[in-house]
Design a protein around this ligand. Structure first.
Ligand code: ADP
Ligand code: MG
Length: 344
């Protein structure tokens, strides 16, 4: 039985935040601790003044502005890749409000590539090492869930795609582009281009708000070369998910169309939260009902969340005092995810 690993990444303070007079509210203390300081001061509240305005949260790993992309990858994801090669599933989530560094962690930049490319690199290296004994194929697809609708980020003109369950209960996306290149440079270009296709629209609170979930799905199929007669195959799936911004619709003062979209975003995020709650309560047994069918995201990730997977969540926050409330909500959500146990 394995618990979901939960890491926290605190991004650097931004110039705009400094200019707006924000102070540092979140601080990393050692490898596993973060303190969050409530910036609000109320001199009339005597009870409160005597109470600590500082809260401490404990995670499996905490990174701050000094952490490199390599460091974050090595301590959160690298060890999962071996498992995928042995036929296990693995899922990595980037969680947090818009603008806190989710896409930076997962996709990164050309000079500072993120988890997607680093994980694929290690996967190809590992598979290459066993190539004498095993025949393998790797296929990759990159999709968006926006408004509870699935779009192919590698071929956006293909319209809305259907999520289907085959007779064995395996989830498939009809008509999605499957890429099988092993060239890291080529993959990065595809993902960068795909990421630009994500639905991003301005709201009152953010210049650009990510209201879509992006999912990079990697399937590894292996077959022994030795046993010519055997049809035995290993299938390992790796999901790397850049979640939609977790800020609540109420906070962004969304109206009309935005509000509805907010509600839909919340459906997938909410369903994920509900599954996480149910999974963390049942403590590894599969008896309690977990409603994966509530949203596209949880349906897609059913096998991964339902137990047969190693799961890592990387929560993201801004250290700025102006983001205190969002950071607090993020830390509470992420802390709850620590109690999920999965059976690999
Ligand atoms: P999100 O995907 O959560 O909305 P982004 O990944 O787009 O947020 O990050 C917002 C901005 O902050 C981007 O310009 C990004 O390059 C920058 N940023 C985020 N995290 C870091 C980091 N750890 N180091 C340097 N820049 C970062
Ligand atoms: Mg993003």
């Amino acid at each position: 039985v394995l618990c979901v690993q939960v890491a926290l990444r605190i991004r650097p303070l931004r110039e705009a935040e400094v200019e707006e007079g924000a102070a540092l509210s979140a601080r990393r203390v050692g490898d596993q601790r973060v303190t969050l300081m409530d910036p609000s001061e109320d001199p009339d509240d005597i009870l409160r003044a005597n109470r600590s305005r500082e809260k401490t949260f404990l995670f499996d790993m905490v990174f701050d502005h000094t952490a490199t992309q390599e460091e974050v990858y090595v301590s959160t994801t690298k060890s999962l890749i071996e498992g995928v090669i042995s036929g296990y599933n693995a899922t990595i989530f980037a969680y947090g409000p818009t603008g806190t560094g989710k896409t930076y962690t997962m996709l990164g930049t050309d000079s500072e590539p993120g988890i997607y490319v680093r994980a694929l690199d290690d996967l190809f290296k590992g598979l290459g090492a066993s190539a004498e004994e095993m025949d393998y194929t790797v296929s990759m697809s990159y999709l968006e869930i926006y408004n509870e609708v699935i779009r192919d980020l590698l071929n956006p003109s293909s319209g809305f795609l259907d999520l289907r369950e085959d007779s064995r209960g395996r989830i498939q996306i009809a008509g999605i582009t499957e890429v099988s290149t092993t060239n890291a440079q080529e993959i990065m270009e595809l993902l960068m281009k795909g990421n630009k296709q994500r639905t991003q629209e301005p709201t009152a609170a953010n210049r650009v708000s990510s209201r879509s979930h992006a999912v990079l799905q990697v399937t590894v199929t292996q077959k022994s070369r030795r046993k010519e007669t055997s049809e035995e195959m290993w299938i390992g799936k790796l999901f790397m998910v850049d979640l939609a911004g977790s800020e609540r619709a109420a906070q962004t003062q969304n109206r009309g169309k935005r509000m509805k979209e907010g509600a839909h975003i919340n459906r997938s995020l909410l369903a994920l939260g509900n599954c996480i709650n149910a999974l963390s309560e049942k403590g590894g047994s599969r008896t309690q009902f977990v409603n994966f069918r509530d949203s596209k995201l949880t349906r897609l990730l059913k096998d991964s969340l339902g137990g047969n997977s190693r799961t890592v969540m990387i929560a993201h926050i801004s250290p700025a005092s102006s983001s205190f409330e969002e950071s607090r909500m993020t830390l509470i959500y992420a802390y709850r995810a620590k109690n999920i146990k999965t059976q690999v």
